[in-house]
Design a protein around this ligand. Structure first.
Ligand code: GDP
Ligand code: IMO
Ligand code: MG
Length: 440
């Protein structure tokens, strides 16, 4: 069999279950490559009674024979990296010898975190609802060509003067514009001297490593974070993250030619969730704190444990939105879909699916470009019968209840993409591979 390079992306607003599926499929790959985002991601892996939440380190790390690469498209918080490496190594896992980091990764520093948080505060009701991890400001520095990169740790003298310049620039904004406290240079510098010791041995030429593996006929997996509707260009702007979360980002964010990518697997929740602000037409609004709102929204959130793996925030829940998925299939060029969390819907007697929107009285089948227009759309639904029986750990297509089969078939028709993997529980084992991406 020829080698395969598989890209895994989220097709909705993140938290679709990407980490679980990347971990599952990595038994067939030599390395997993993260290509965008940063420690705003929270990818949950469950194996037996052991749960691991990863933020920055690729979801291949639990398999000792697999290498993990952090590509140039990832914004790297040395602080978050240090914490995650130490936490994983404390469980007895070998991490440092298998983790390789691109020298071109922009660094997230304390001033980026301070700016992210100050801006959110200033936006008040219009806050994006960021994870407050400094993601946006770090990407801005990259594009503005003033940022520090992982490779800068190779020359600490130069690092120090670049750090001073970038901090002076940001501290001016933090203190004068946002009226917040400045970030202390000496504290940041002392931390960076420590980070250098951890990071330097892990720096590597990621495009060259990818090429070497491919030349040797080895499979690779490219792990996306967040989801398509959070893409900086294609998402519900400005309520998005600051990177390209879509499949094209794998090429630029890892350093591999687009023609080398063989299969795009879109991870898709059987319903929809979103955390943070921004449009969400199919939302079934429910407030956990006040215990008020939509009861189906409450059920999805409770059964699906819909709380952020990074910030612990309540995720907003809603019905499946085929309009969003049509856009996702289009811009990612999805080869197949992995449908997750079907089991969360087991109790429902009726299920709604949003097939299109009305915008100013006109039917639309693809999402509008702006958040302002998004606010005006009216979701249109069809209703299907629920299956009202457990699908947890379902091990064959034939053993799925007929109503669940009908639901999946309907979604396939709406998305224009086949469901190749079905996930019916958080555990690695609770997965049904219908059509293996490595064999198709
Ligand atoms: P990611 O960011 O896309 O990797 O997803 P998260 O890990 O943030 O969120 C997905 C959550 O759903 C995690 O708690 C997973 O353990 C859990 N999960 C994944 N697949 C399934 C599934 O098929 N059924 C259920 N019940 N939970 C799942
Ligand atoms: P994973 O990889 C869900 C959301 C934030 C906010 C917006 C911008 O676990 O699916 P940022 O901190 O990136 O500037 O925040 O994006 N967001 C996510 N939502 N899952 C994620 O990652 C997310 N990463 C960022 O809530 O609305
Ligand atoms: Mg997540």
């Amino acid at each position: 069999m020829t080698k395969k390079n598989i890209v895994v992306v989220g097709t909705q607003w993140g938290d679709e279950g990407k980490g679980k599926i990347v971990d599952l499929l990595t038994d067939r790959v030599a390395a997993v490559v993260r290509f965008q985002g940063g420690h705003n991601a929270g990818h949950t892996l469950v194996i037996g009674n052991q749960k691991t939440v990863l933020h920055l380190i690729p979801s291949g790390i639990l398999r000792e024979e697999v290498d993990c690469f952090i590509g140039n498209g990832v914004v790297l918080s040395p602080e978050a990296l240090t914490k995650e490496v130490l936490q994983l190594e404390a469980t007895g896992l070998a991490v440092k010898n298998r983790l390789k980091i691109s020298e071109a990764c922009p660094l997230i520093l304390d001033c980026h975190v301070a700016l992210d948080q100050a801006r959110e505060l200033a936006r008040g009701k219009k806050a994006i609802g960021t994870t407050g991890r400094g993601i946006g400001p770090a990407y801005e520095d990259k594009v503005a060509r003033r940022g520090l990169r992982a490779g800068d740790f190779k020359n600490m003298e130069q690092f120090k003067s670049k750090l001073a310049a970038v901090m002076e620039y940001h501290n001016f904004m933090i203190t004068h514009y946002y009226k917040a406290d400045p970030v202390d240079f000496d504290v940041q510098w002392a931390k960076c001297e420590e980070y250098a010791k951890l990071i330097l041995p892990m720096l590597a030429d990621i495009p060259a490593l990818i090429d070497t593996y491919n030349q040797a006929g080895k499979n690779l997996m490219f792990e996306g974070a967040q989801g398509t509707l959070l893409d900086i260009d294609h998402g519900t702007y400005p309520y998005v993250t600051s990177s390209n979360t879509t499949a094209g980002g794998a090429s630029s964010g890892a350093g591999i030619g687009p023609c080398e990518l063989d299969y795009v697997l879109g991870i898709t929740k059987a319903y929809a969730t979103r955390v943070g602000g921004g449009p969400f037409p199919t939302e079934l609004s429910y407030d956990v704190e006040a215990d008020t709102g939509d009861q189906i929204g409450k059920l999805l959130g409770t059964r699906g444990h819909e709380f952020g793996a990074t910030t612990g925030r309540q995720r907003r829940c809603g019905w499946f939105d085929a309009v969003a998925l049509r856009r996702s299939a289009q811009i990612n060029g999805l080869s197949g879909v992995c449908l997750t969390k079907l089991d969360v819907m087991d109790m429902l007697s009726e299920i709604k699916i949003c097939t299109h929107y009305l915008l100013n009285g006109k039917e639309i089948y693809l999402p509008p470009a702006s958040a302002e227009e998004y606010d005006l759309v009216e979701p249109q639904y069809i209703t299907m019968k629920g299956w009202e029986t457990s699908t947890v750990g379902c091990s064959s297509w034939d053993s799925l209840p007929k109503a669940a089969q009908d639901y999946i078939r309907f979604l396939e028709k709406e998305m224009g993409v086949e469901v190749s993997i079905l996930s019916t529980g958080p555990d690695r084992s609770e997965t049904l591979v219908i059509k293996d991406p490595f064999e198709s």
